[in-house]
Design a protein. Structure first.
Length: 173
């Protein structure tokens, strides 16, 4: 009887994991707007873009992604390294500080590339389009937006208000 219960519990757990994995699969980049191209979703909806402007923006966007992706990857690696250093048995603050400095330098390079990219796009726009572009944020902030403070933790209560989790019940033997 207990083996049937444990088998059923494992089956339910596996089904739950598979279902949650399917739900978490990334969709098409423009799944909400299938008729839009990727750059249009990012800069949506700059009014009255000509076909030439769209092509130029798409070219700039592709070049920008190619230039910034290695920096973003390196920043992620450094953050992982810092996590490893800060949780080691013997913490070496010199190495942690060096890693923080390296992340800061990479962030500066990334921000400079982003600012230059923003200005390149602005040069392609009319006054009306430029005003719109300057007053609206991109539809999807980057992956490090939370680390840079662009996304607030508005949906999460402060840690001191979160009760500790209940320990799971011990199975009977």
């Amino acid at each position: 009887m207990k083996s049937i219960q444990s088998t059923a519990a494992i089956a339910v757990l596996c089904i739950g994991l598979v279902a949650s994995n399917l739900i978490a699969q990334p969709g098409k980049p423009c799944s909400m707007h299938p008729e839009k191209k990727p750059f249009e979703t990012h800069f949506l909806p700059i009014p009255d873009l000509t076909d030439q402007q769209k092509e130029q923006i798409e070219t700039l966007q592709t070049a920008h992604i190619k230039a910034t992706l290695p920096l973003q990857n390196e920043i992620a690696e450094k953050r992982a390294r810092m996590r490893t250093l800060s949780t080691a048995e013997k913490v070496d603050m010199n190495k942690i500080n060096e890693t923080i400095d390296a992340i800061g330098a990479l962030d500066v390079k990334l921000m400079k590339l982003q600012a230059a990219h923003h200005q390149e796009i602005r040069k392609l726009l009319t006054d009306k389009q430029r005003l719109f572009f300057d007053t609206h944020q991109p539809a999807h902030p980057g992956p490090d937006a939370m680390h840079r403070g662009h996304i607030r933790h508005q949906f999460h209560p402060p840690l001191e208000q979160v009760p500790p989790p209940e320990p799971p019940p011990m199975p009977e033997r």
